[in-house]
Design a protein around this ligand. Sequence first.
Ligand code: HEC
Ligand code: HEC
Length: 423
Amino acid sequence: MLGLSPRAPFSVGRRAPTASLEARVLLLLAALLPACAGPGDDTADPLAGLVLVQEDPSDAPFRDLSAEWMERFDLGDVAFEAPFRSSQGLGPAYIRSSCASCHADDARGPGMVTKMVVLDDPEAESELLPWGNTERPYVAGGATTPLVRPDDPRVEISTRAPPAVFGRGYLEAIDEAEVRALASSQAEAGRVSGRVNEVVCNFEANDESLFPTCSTGATVMGRFGLKARVPTLDGFAADAYQGDMSITSPMRPDELANPDGLLDDDRAGVDIDLETVNVTGDYMRLLDIPPREPLEEEGAALFADLGCADCHTPSLRTRADWPVPQLAGIDAPIYSDLLLHDMGEGFSDGLSDGGALPSEWRTSPLIGLRHLRYYLHDGRADSVDAAIVAHGGAGSEALFSADLYAHASPADRETLLRYVESL
Ligand code: HEC
Ligand code: HEC
């Protein structure tokens, strides 16, 4: 009924129109929970099954959602929490077995992704890293060789910390014309110079989505990921299922190249169906920004005066025709311009992504920072203050702003920090 037979793709979709949602969620959980101890699952997930019953302000949907949207949110919640196992398509090499094991409570961590790069001898990269730049330390589905850093001093490591996924529906709903206009006005004003990451849509078609999707091969505006390399949330879901969990889907049907040379795993063909990708995307689309206390005006003024608002644009307009009414035609308070900025040499890890250069990063949306424990793309800062100070490295577009912050009075710095931490 849930599509869990060996050949049909795993599904959380609408396979059982007569069963209540609750019954379906329970069935699905019953099918998924043994996965914690399943073969090939080396990352026993202590969160499995807990999150459905817990009420945490960082993982709440929009209030007053219609029953239809709420149903999709709940289905997506299950998919996001579910640890996958070999029989469901986990493997060959993978990083973790569930979305939530890296985005616990829809925030940042505890899971990280490790990238490998050959800085001193770029010519040798294809020979040293024949399966790409990402470490995948666990194996399942018949694989025996994890994909880890080769024992060669030329290969260096760079860590990527997951951004939160809450509030990401706002980012997706923003009118592309707004972002492009902002890039032009930044270029005119000349203080910062953000640019759109123009990326190629590298997904197979998603013709079941309720949201605008990209056409395979088209050049489109990137929004998601630390370097804004993915245009949509269904796309990010398919990318993460494949790249982090080695779970293939119709949007990403191929197993990734792996040291064992396996072309498939314990579940023949694609591992999940399009509906599972879409409810996972819809779950993230319907997660609200964690509730904010009324913001202090003095803090907002400092945020602008110190140059933060140049890049962390307090709000951008969403499309009036957006399918979720709570997100349509509003000023979305995301505190990002969705643009790439050059943050200087100290932020370069030698890796490009789409059109983004090694030192270019998307302005982090300042959303729910009080739910995060560490900051910046590699988690190098353990406080908001340290994150701001790090903006001031040589060659950084944000150097002027970090300088203004450094020269502000201690009282003003405190007011600014209180403001940023309350976003
Ligand atoms: C191994 C840890 C890990 C797993 C598992 C994982 N993620 Fe992530 N996620 C990350 C990291 C790291 C990034 C940043 C990647 C980048 O941009 O290079 C990220 C980024 C994201 C983003 C972009 C957010 C933004 O601000 O643009 C979304 C959306 C997302 N993940 C969703 C998912 C979903 C859905 C799943 C499950 C299908 C998942 N992730 C599984 C680590 C993980
Ligand atoms: C030139 C554009 C620019 C300016 C100006 C700027 N930032 Fe940023 N900010 C960024 C970028 C890009 C990142 C992401 C860097 C990374 O992930 O390594 C970022 C990241 C951050 C983070 C970390 C968020 C997280 O999720 O880890 C904080 C906090 C932050 N900025 C606050 C500020 C404050 C406060 C100011 C003003 C004093 C400011 N920024 C000025 C571009 C800017």
